[in-house]
Design a binder for this molecule. Structure first.
Ligand SMILES: [Zn+2]
Length: 133
């Protein structure tokens, strides 16, 4: 299976490394804010709410998260990044995420968001949407 984040890699060698080890004794963390963003998109695509909560900053994290099973996230475009590198403590990623209805695959839409991220130790965390379009 190709990774939902459109990296061109197999899912197993891309975002699954992060998604399947979160909360484990020796987790693998995405090295950059953009990599975390991609892995969160993949978690949406595979319906892993636990990963989304684990990678959400405690100050903005919801108590629980229900994913809409009809919403199929199928395409991610990274539009721009600012900081968010391996030596940064915070970063911003702009992206466009495309989704379609599972019941009617012709029903498609997308959202454009600019999100902020912070790094705590080795772990990048999603903080909030700065801009929604
Ligand atoms: Zn990926």
């Amino acid at each position: 299976m190709r990774c939902p984040c459109q990296s061109g890699e197999a899912y197993a060698s891309c975002c699954a490394r992060y998604i399947t080890t979160v909360g484990a004794a020796e987790p693998t963390f995405p090295p950059t804010a953009a990599a975390l963003m991609r892995s969160r998109f993949s978690a949406f695509a595979v319906g892993d709410a636990g990963y989304l909560l684990h990678t959400w900053h405690p100050s903005t994290r919801p108590a629980s998260l229900e994913l809409d099973p009809d919403q199929q996230w199928y395409l991610l475009e990274i539009l721009g990044t600012s900081a968010g590198g391996v030596f940064d403590a915070q970063g911003v990623v702009s992206f466009r995420a495309h989704y379609r209805s599972a019941a009617n695959r012709k029903l498609k839409d997308s959202l454009i968001e600019t999100s902020s991220f912070v790094r705590l130790g080795k772990q990048w965390l999603y903080v909030e949407a700065l801009e929604l379009h």
